[in-house]
Design a protein around this ligand. Structure first.
Ligand SMILES: CC/C=C\C=C\CC(=O)SCCNC(=O)CCNC(=O)[C@H](O)C(C)(C)COP(=O)(O)OP(=O)(O)OC[C@H]1O[C@@H](n2cnc3c(N)ncnc32)[C@H](O)[C@@H]1OP(=O)(O)O
Length: 528
């Protein structure tokens, strides 16, 4: 941060840390030094705080989170500013997010450009506004709106922030110039009413129900995420405890989140999302330039209207199709429909003098064995289990199924054994992860981050677990390798369990973080 003396007995502290003036240790120290200089200089009457390059501050430096604990010591600075004996005015352009808004909340006044955005988006990073945000915001704008903004993390535009009371002035001109003028006008005004830490949270008669509704809402809206619920607990502390104790509770809850593992995953996702836009596979191929992989056969699940159309397309292209349909009636309809469509196509081709060979459509019968016995699952009250009633949800083991399975095992010479939850999880996830390593080794995916972002955006992988490749690094690559080796030895007929060479190469280096994988594994082959 830079310190400048301005005319009219004013000082300016300008945060400078491109690209977004994040609060690195140097920036925080710079702010403190600037405040001390201004305090000891008796000619300085007021201080304006702003950010360089048209941005106030995007909060803590997220890239340094793994090295230090964000938020906690910065809260002391936020309190120091509030207690300061000279007015401090925040001049906001661009964004004031996270620690950036907390810094502004510490200031006695906040002036912003109409296009500025302010907010506390910490929950998206698995943490909470731990530099007094959960204690100061409700004192300024009340509990219901603080709950909304902090649990959702959504930033608001300057106009909305003005209405809510977060900002004092919104202008269309330069906020620093406006703050300079404004500072001179408020020099004689008392500072005590501007110190949020000495205010109490506006009380409401139905506070308990407001909080219980908020808990219910976040559990529904963000299932599995720890940060929104923990933020509500911090807001409860703001209501129930004096400031001095409330900030202690905020610190305790912030520490809990930082250690939860979700914070690490969500911070990985933040950088993964911004990096995927900049990456292309090692071959520099893209969807615009890549040639399609050969397809030897295709599986289609379900033979409704869509499934039939898809099966037809591949059959017409001469690609063998295996289609599976669990409803025998639907299967009959589909067989007739597909056959007649293909025959129509064939006769058209024959009329036009082109040759056509009938493709083979193979319908798997194995998946239908239960259905053929009238067991369609919950809707018929029996399937792999017996249900309390048709469409019922309460299931219990079915002796019929035990008999069915024992016959099946006899026919296929299978030995029964119990399979633990752990084995199910590991065999499913590690074979998926193994495939991820294969496509990295083949140069099909540009980076582990790309695979993870696809899983988060398209396959419902929980964001707070960071994606399958991040998960592999969390478990440890040597562990993943060892487990795959074990399962492959037990199931040599399942090629997905055979550890990929790429994984073997990486595991030889221990458990490197995903960002180092490509440099350690060496140049990939290129299948594109
Ligand atoms: C001492 C600590 C005290 C208190 C701690 C409080 C907790 C926090 O503050 S947590 C951080 C809260 N802030 C955020 O979550 C903001 C995250 N950033 C954004 O939402 C956006 O980046 C943006 C600021 C709105 C800017 O968006 P846009 O203009 O679209 O640019 P981007 O491409 O997203 O970002 C540019 C560039 O900046 C990097 N970056 C952004 N924010 C941070 C940050 N807080 N820390 C570190 N780096 C940040 C971003 O990764 C981009 O970097 P490239 O290298 O160019 O990819």
């Amino acid at each position: 941060a830079e310190y400048l003396r301005l005319p009219h007995s004013l000082a300016l502290i300008r945060l400078r840390n491109p690209p977004v003036n994040a609060l690195s240790l140097a920036v925080v120290n710079g702010i403190r030094e600037g405040l001390q200089k201004a305090m000891s200089d008796h000619t300085i009457k007021a201080i304006v705080v702003c950010g360089a390059n048209d941005k106030f501050c995007a909060g803590a430096d997220i890239s340094s989170f793994s090295r230090s604990s964000p938020g906690i010591s910065f809260g002391v600075v936020v309190d120091e500013i509030q207690r300061y004996e000279k007015p401090v005015v925040a001049a906001i352009r661009g964004v004031a997010l996270g620690g950036g808004l907390e810094l502004a909340l510490g200031c006695h006044y906040r002036i912003a450009h109409a296009e500025a955005r302010v907010g506390l988006p910490e929950v998206a990073l698995g943490i909470l506004p731990g530099a007094r945000g959960t204690q100061l915001l409700p004192r300024l704008i009340g509990v219901p709106m603080s709950l909304d903004l902090i649990t959702s993390g959504r930033p608001v535009g300057a106009d909305e922030a003005l209405k809510l009371g977060i900002l004092d002035v919104v202008i269309n001109s330069d906020p620093v110039e406006e703050a300079v003028k404004f500072s001179q006008e408020i020099l004689d005004k008392p500072l005590e009413p501007r110190r949020l830490l000495n205010k109490s949270v506006p009380s409401l008669p139905n506070m308990d129900s407001i909080f219980s509704e908020a808990f219910a809402k976040v559990q529904k809206q963000y299932p599995g995420f720890l940060a929104p619920e923990t933020s509500i607990q911090a807001l409860q502390a703001a209501v129930n405890l004096p400031y001095k104790l409330g900030i202690k509770e905020e610190e305790k809850l912030a520490l809990y989140l930082q250690k939860s593992g979700q914070a690490r995953a969500l911070q990985y996702v933040f950088f993964a999302e911004s990096s995927v836009h900049k990456q292309s596979p090692p071959s520099v191929a893209s969807w615009q330039t890549a040639s399609p992989q050969p397809i030897s056969s295709v599986g289609v699940l379900g033979l409704g209207t869509m499934g039939r159309g898809i099966a037809m397309c591949f059959a017409k292209a001469g690609i063998p199709v295996v289609a599976v349909e669990s409803d025998p009636k639907q299967l009959e309809i589909a067989k007739k429909a597909v056959t007649s469509m293909l025959e129509r196509e064939a006769s058209k081709m024959q009329q036009s003098g082109r040759a056509w060979t009938k493709p083979t459509l193979t319908f798997s019968s194995s998946a239908d064995m239960l259905c053929e016995s009238g067991r369609f699952g919950q809707k018929t009250g029996k399937g792999w289990y017996q249900y309390d009633k048709p469409l019922g949800r309460v299931h219990r083991p079915d002796p019929w199924l035990s008999e069915f399975l024992s016959q099946y095992r006899e026919t296929h010479h299978l030995e029964s054994r119990s399979i633990s939850q752990e084995e199910i999880l590991e065999r499913c996830l590690y074979s998926l992860i193994n495939e991820g390593f294969r496509i990295l080794g083949e140069g099909i995916a540009a980076s582990p981050e790309q695979i993870d972002i696809i899983y988060l955006s398209g396959y419902g992988w929980p964001r707070y677990r960071g994606g399958p490749m991040f998960y592999a690094a969390t478990v440890g690559l040597p562990v993943v390798l060892e487990k795959l080796q074990k399962y492959y030895t037990q199931n040599p007929d399942v090629p997905q369990l055979e550890p990929s060479d790429y994984l073997k190469k990486l595991a030889a280096h221990g458990n490197p973080p995903p960002k180092d994988w490509q440099s350690l594994a060496g140049p990939p082959g290129s299948k594109l």
